[in-house]
Ligand binder design. Structure first.
Ligand code: TTP
Ligand code: MG
Length: 242
């Protein structure tokens, strides 16, 4: 990519095919490399839909999304997938070893790099305790690890790919508050030059974000830092209080 990872939404509107009303209306923001952009809002607000537009799971109905200044439609699928790591809301592990799951999207990663990704994702401990460690088997869908472990393995997978854009869809909510805090502190170094976009449920996950977008019924109703939003946004105050 010409410049690392800046993700820019310009007046993006999106509606699912066949639906009457758009799910996202006139969304504009810039997520810069080295910064964390957080998205918060009630269930059904359109957070997942917004994230899914970035790796082109669907295309905007109106407006434009650019990465590093280049419109998404001019970037090849390969370029997009090499440069973006997305941890979906319901992360998926497939049947195979832990290593093969982590190398999905990072075929060249060495064992040392996999352990480093696991360390950051707070998954080193439980992988080290499993018989076979990186070679231990994961069953289809990851049913033989817990939900929180699955989430951390998928975060490690995202890190192993060393992209310049990270998308985390509610990736920290299955973790206890302590692990959540440790993981986010550990993420700072490997993501320091990347654009990081985090969808969160818990306000504590995003208080340190460089910008927070408050999404309500598909519209950005407020934006700013945690401190700014506490002053300016009633919707944000309600989320904090809930
Ligand atoms: P989402 O984008 O899934 O909303 P969300 O991610 O903010 O919600 P949550 O906090 O629960 O994860 O959905 C927004 C709207 O779009 C909602 O009305 C459902 C609709 N929708 C579809 O019609 N088809 C789809 O494939 C998806 C993902 C959502
Ligand atoms: Mg969602």
């Amino acid at each position: 990519l010409p410049t690392p990872g800046t993700v820019e939404f310009k007046n993006v509107t999106f509606g699912y095919p066949g639906a009457e009303a758009p799910v996202l209306s006139d969304i504009s923001f810039t997520a810069k490399p080295g910064q964390t952009t957080a998205i918060i809002g009630s269930t059904g607000a359109g957070k997942t839909t917004l994230l899914n537009l970035i790796p082109r799971l669907y295309d905007a109905t109106e407006g434009e999304i650019l990465i590093g200044g280049v419109p998404l439609k001019d970037l090849g699928r390969d370029t997009i997938s090499r440069n973006i790591s997305a941890v979906p809301q319901r992360p998926y592990l497939f049947s195979g070893t832990i290593a093969s799951n982590l190398r999905f999207g990072a075929q060249e990663a060495t064992e040392e790099e996999l352990w480093e990704a696991l360390r950051v994702a707070q998954a080193e401990g439980f992988v080290a305790e499993r018989e076979g460690q990186l070679d231990s088997k994961i069953s289809q869908g990851g049913t033989n690890v817990s939900g929180g472990q699955r989430q951390r393995l998928c975060i490690a997978r995202a890190l192993a790919a060393k992209p310049n854009t990270y998308l985390f869809d509610d990736s920290f909510s299955a973790l206890d508050v302590n692990t959540d805090a440790k993981l986010r502190a550990a993420l700072a170094e490997p993501t320091k030059d990347a654009a990081v976009i985090i969808v969160a449920q818990r306000v504590s996950t995003i208080t340190g974000a460089d910008q927070i977008l408050v999404l309500d019924h598909g519209e950005i109703v407020a934006r700013g830092t945690h401190e700014q939003l506490l002053e300016t946004s009633e919707t944000y105050q309600e989320i904090v209080a809930s």
